[in-house]
Design a protein around this ligand. Structure first.
Ligand code: A3P
Length: 322
């Protein structure tokens, strides 16, 4: 679906005139709003989300940088919260078997609040309402910060995040536009010019909050989740106030959820092989290799050194490394 001028509110158009601008990855331009980079259409969604969203104390917000493993996190937490409703995962009636995780757990700014002049009817959602966002912590609506709603943040090694983003971007770029050059995208990413970037600011915002308010923000890493999925799923369940009972553990519920949400299982479902999101992207674009360290097949030695330096300069002093 191509963006028409009429799809954008006057408020957004006027704001854009005042913002720093760069050439975009998929859309023609990115605009820097409150320190992070955004397309015109998504900026409108961000503005509406910031203005209208009222958090409930029981809400759960999944926050990620694009390509950090959002699809996986959505699937896991949807299955976790709905395990009583769909106790028999093998019964073929689980929504994840027929519906993409992005539909089951909608993005606030990229989906629910994206349409001009149309506000979503989310008050009728049953508690706990489960949403997702890519918006940096400091730009989240005040009601999220002030309420007791919980935030689960997932980050990923920026080298893998970049590799994933570059592949994804080339898949979803309009066919009449040439392939995005690796060097050009890499240069932008390293300067922080990527959707919702700079990546280090995104990460740090949630990281700091998770240290200051441990009951509010849980900070997860893709690589660790891959290594110890069972441990982290149980941690998330505790954090969200719905721990697994001994009986559930002995019945294998934790493993059932992990298997249902595994890359192999989800990526091979009909819906994820052939379906499309309402926003137009093919579901299969969200499943590529699902590996840790795939950047080694893409980045040159110079690129690895450069990105490692950017990571060290921006995250090292905060005790974070990849
Ligand atoms: P790769 O491109 O490295 O394979 P997002 O969901 O934030 O858009 O991130 C997409 C990345 O998560 C892709 O990484 C994708 O393959 C991976 N991914 C998708 N589903 C996954 C799953 N169930 N388990 C692990 N990784 C998954």
């Amino acid at each position: 679906k191509y963006l028409q001028e009429d799809d954008i509110t006057l408020e957004c158009k006027e704001l854009i005139q005042t913002l720093p601008m760069e050439k975009g990855w998929v859309s023609t331009h990115l605009h820097q709003y409150q320190g992070f980079w955004q397309t015109k259409k998504h900026l409108q969604g961000v503005l509406s989300f910031q203005k209208h969203f009222q958090a409930h104390d029981t809400d759960i917000i999944l926050a990620t940088s694009p390509k950090a493993g959002t699809t996986w996190l959505k699937a896991l937490i949807f299955a976790l919260l709905n395990r009583k409703r769909y106790p028999n995962i093998h019964d073929n009636n689980h929504p994840l078997l027929t519906t993409n995780p992005h539909v089951l757990v909608p993005f606030l700014e990229l989906s629910l609040y994206i349409e001009k002049d149309i506000l979503p009817d989310i008050n009728s959602f049953s508690a706990p309402r489960l949403f997702s966002t890519h918006v940096p912590y400091k730009s989240l609506p005040k009601s999220i910060k002030d309420s007791t709603c919980k935030v689960v943040y997932l980050c990923r090694d920026p080298k893998d995040t970049f590799a994933s983003m570059w592949h994804f971007t080339n898949k979803i770029r309009p066919q009449n536009r040439e392939t995005l050059q690796l060097e050009e995208s890499f240069e932008k990413f390293s300067r922080g010019v990527s959707l919702f970037g700079p990546f280090w600011e995104h990460l740090l915002g949630y990281w700091k909050e998770s240290l200051e308010r441990q009951e509010k923000v849980m900070f997860l890493r893709y690589e660790e989740m891959k290594m110890k999925p069972c441990f982290y799923l149980k941690e998330v369940a505790e954090f969200l106030g719905c721990p697994f009972s001994k009986e559930e553990e002995s019945k294998g519920v934790v493993d059932d959820i992990l298997n249902l949400c595994s890359f192999e299982k989800l990526s091979n479902l009909e819906v994820n092989k052939f379906g499309k999101l309402p926003s137009g992207e093919e579901n299969k674009a969200f499943f590529r290799s699902g590996k840790v360290g795939d950047w080694k097949t893409l980045l040159s030695i110079e690129m690895i050194e450069r990105l490692n330096t950017v990571i060290e300069q921006n995250l090292g002093k905060h005790g974070m490394s990849f």
